[in-house]
Ligand binder design. Structure first.
Ligand code: NAP
Length: 243
């Protein structure tokens, strides 16, 4: 039986695992373990880091893995490079499954930056009440910004101490354009901060920002030395079947 490791933590990874399982493939999904109650994919699941590239290479060999699909989030850089190194060592084929980035549409006021630190630096010239939707990691970049209030949305409470001018909203998407527009209007948000995560599940906030005439600070994806890349789970399954 073919065993495939799917490095996950994304909706594409869950869709891919379900489709692989429906073809009778032994799929093992791997999650980092950052979220206490993760949405679990079909098939087998393992949780927690591998201990770097060497640990992952060992895992691949010990578990008789035939192929790896790196379907992690576009901003999860370390596991991506770990997968590249480990699959070389273990001589296992690797495919990257990655949703495309967002495309700016007419009327959208996007300001591209390369990091959360640059996003924070851009805020004072754009607004006074920022909606931060970049996840719970790296939020320390937004502390200590004079004259800026923050509405920070994440799935679980951030580790960083955000100070008195920050309100934390714990919730998990997907969100609709209507609910995003209502939230931003109700809170008096005047600038949105997001990563270029791509996909449809969180695009609603960008449409809502356009409709409300808000500026958006958008963090570019880190460069990845990607192996062969596909953009939808069906293509990843066809790649496995052709191995
Ligand atoms: P990261 O910086 O690339 O990874 C840090 C370490 O966490 C890795 O070196 C690895 O530990 C472990 N790890 C990460 N993903 C793993 C996986 N799928 N299975 C097993 N171990 C994993 O990743 P991150 O940005 O912290 O993201 C962690 C997870 O959350 C990813 O799986 C990603 O798909 C998901 N996620 C991330 C974001 C984001 O914005 N970064 C958003 C949504 C979902 P070892 O070196 O010990 O193997």
């Amino acid at each position: 039986m073919t065993t495939v490791l799917v490095l996950g933590g994304t909706s594409e990874a869950r869709a891919c695992a379900a489709e692989l399982a429906s073809h009778g493939i032994d799929v093992v999904s791997s999650l980092a373990g950052r979220v206490s109650e993760p949405k679990l994919p079909e098939g087998r699941v393992r949780i927690g880091g591998f201990g770097g590239p060497d640990g992952l290479a060992r895992w691949l060999t010990e578990n008789g893995t035939h192929a790896v699909i790196d379907a992690t989030h576009p901003f999860a850089e370390r596991i991506g490079s770990s997968a590249a190194a480990a699959t070389r060592t273990a001589e296992v084929p690797l495919l990257r499954l990655e949703r495309p980035g967002w495309q700016q549409e007419p009327g959208e006021r996007w300001h591209w930056v390369d990091s959360l630190e640059q996003a924070a630096a851009a805020l004072p010239s754009l607004g006074e009440h920022a909606f931060i939707t970049t996840g719970r990691q790296g939020l320390a970049a937004f502390t200590g910004l004079a004259g800026i209030r923050l509405l920070v949305r994440c799935v679980e409470h951030p580790d960083a101490e955000l100070g008195p001018d920050a309100e934390v909203l714990l919730s998990r998407g997907p969100y609709t354009t209507e609910s995003e527009r209502a939230l931003m209007a109700h809170k008096g948000i005047d600038v949105l901060v997001t990563k270029d995560s791509g996909g449809t599940m969180t695009r609603g906030k960008l449409v809502a920002a356009r409709e409300l005439g808000l500026d958006v600070v958008i963090v570019r994806r880190p460069a990845r030395r990607a192996p062969e890349t596909v953009h939808d789970p069906g293509a990843a399954v066809r790649w496995v079947l052709n191995q």
